[in-house]
Design a protein around this ligand. Structure first.
Ligand code: SF4
Ligand code: FES
Length: 247
């Protein structure tokens, strides 16, 4: 299959970027989207041109590194699918495909399609963990009974891979879905209640300091999230934040 690609090229954080046209031939329907970019880069290198910089790691939907805006949608046209799990059978011979980096003030472009998403790491470091007493008198976590529903809801929230598609999709570049997943993951388990008030306050303060926008309940984040993180988690986040004000 032949494709016309329009790809964002930007030499560095302060360089002026632009969309550049490329033609690619020999794309197989069972290639992943990233393998198609690998093929393009092999062609560019063979011609002595600079390959396109893009992020990836696990290539199996786990790490959240493959963050591309494809034809105007975060992670492309398939629902509940990361860019690395998108396959070229989704496209037709002769299609034009636009490929851009995440667009958000809090995610500055490093080069081409790679953005700096360390703002999400700093939010996580502000409270996205549980402190454990390792004195030797620690109660085994498996000895604490947890209702199945709570365990399932916490697990669903914990499937967030930190890709940032919710931020890139939101018209306000809000990180509320990401933060809500990280807060709700712990808020629904007894082990997470101990630090719940401090966690939600610290994570929201860091989110605001990093320059993310506010949530206006549009819901685009939920639609484009490759892991199906529910807006219900934002309701939990808001409740936790209000509760924390009373402590
Ligand atoms: S909430 Fe969804 S879109 Fe946002 S970072 Fe987590 S997995 Fe990615
Ligand atoms: S490369 Fe890890 S989720 Fe896509």
């Amino acid at each position: 299959m032949k494709l016309n690609l329009k790809i964002w090229r930007q030499a560095g954080p302060n360089a002026k970027g632009q969309m550049v046209d490329y033609q690619i031939d020999g794309v197989e329907s069972d290639m992943s989207f990233l393998e198609m970019l690998d093929l393009l880069n092999e062609n560019l290198i063979a011609k002595g041109e600079e390959p396109i910089a893009f992020d990836h790691d696990c290539r199996e939907g786990i790490c959240g590194m493959c963050s591309l805006y494809i034809n105007g949608e975060a992670h492309g046209p398939d629902k509940l699918t990361t860019t690395c799990q998108l396959h070229m059978r989704r496209f037709k011979d002769g299609d034009t495909v636009t490929i851009e980096p995440w667009r958000a003030n809090a995610f500055p472009v490093i080069k081409d399609l790679i953005v700096d998403r360390s703002a999400l790491d700093r939010i996580q470091q502000a409270g996205g963990y549980v402190s454990v007493n390792t004195s030797g008198r620690t109660v085994d976590a498996n000895n604490i009974p947890i209702p199945k529903k709570d365990a399932d809801n916490a697990f669903d929230a914990a499937t967030c891979i930190g890709c940032g598609a919710c931020v890139a999709t939101c018209k306000n570049a809000s990180a509320m879905l990401f933060v809500s997943a990280k807060v709700a993951q712990f808020a629904q388990l007894p082990q997470g209640r101990v630090e719940a008030a401090k966690r939600v306050q610290d994570m929201i303060a860091t989110m605001d300091a990093e320059g993310f926008g506010s949530c206006t309940n549009t819901g685009a984040c939920e639609v484009e999230c490759p892991k199906g993180i529910s807006l219900t988690n934002i309701a939990i986040l808001n409740k936790e934040f209000l509760l924390a004000q009373t402590k």
